[in-house]
Design a protein around this ligand. Sequence first.
Ligand SMILES: [Mg+2]
Length: 230
Amino acid sequence: MYKHIFFDLDRTLWDFEKNSDEVLNELYEKYNLFSYGIDDCNKFIKRYKFHNEKLWSLYRQNKIEKEKLRDERFKITLEEFSVNCDVLASNLGSDYILLCPKKTNLFPYVHSTLNYLQNRYNLHIITNGFEEVQYQKLENSNIIDYFNQIITSEQVGFKKPSSEIFIFSMQKTFAKNSESIMIGDDLYADIYGAKEVGMDQVYFNPLKHKHTISNITFEINCLSQLEGIL
Ligand SMILES: [Mg+2]
């Protein structure tokens, strides 16, 4: 019954956590953050993630611009460790954007699953990530050729879970909602958003987070399970 499969990218195919952790570890060493009194790299990463999530949440709600998100996440983290250095924050911020999309860690079974699906369905990406880095991630991790259309929120002007980005995606791919399914790790952006436009959903929940939402079409904890569903 499905003809079009829409995938989220970060934390669904591209292992955002692993890739981001690798970059943050490299930056900790490169800029010798130990010498600034930040003696625990893991603690630094933990606090960065905390602030990054908070800023991303504001960005998703259109309360801050992307530049603000990029500038502030390292600045605030450093300040928490009593390091007040805008140049360092800015260098960390631009290096992070440069290095992160070069990372290629994917979730298990991404290639075999996409290989299986591409012969049976039209595959597309719908992502809230930044235009210039999402294409690099797809190219560098060698999965870009699986997808017909790559739709970014920046290109559309609306972020998931807005109905506008899902409707734009269906128009661009000539897909009907009844023939489409959205696969993503975010209960709000991906699952709620798709449901609102009448699209079926697969919740990718690799860490088996507990939740109370009952009417999701499918839930999986490993991408290999998609072969049993689709
Ligand atoms: Mg995601």
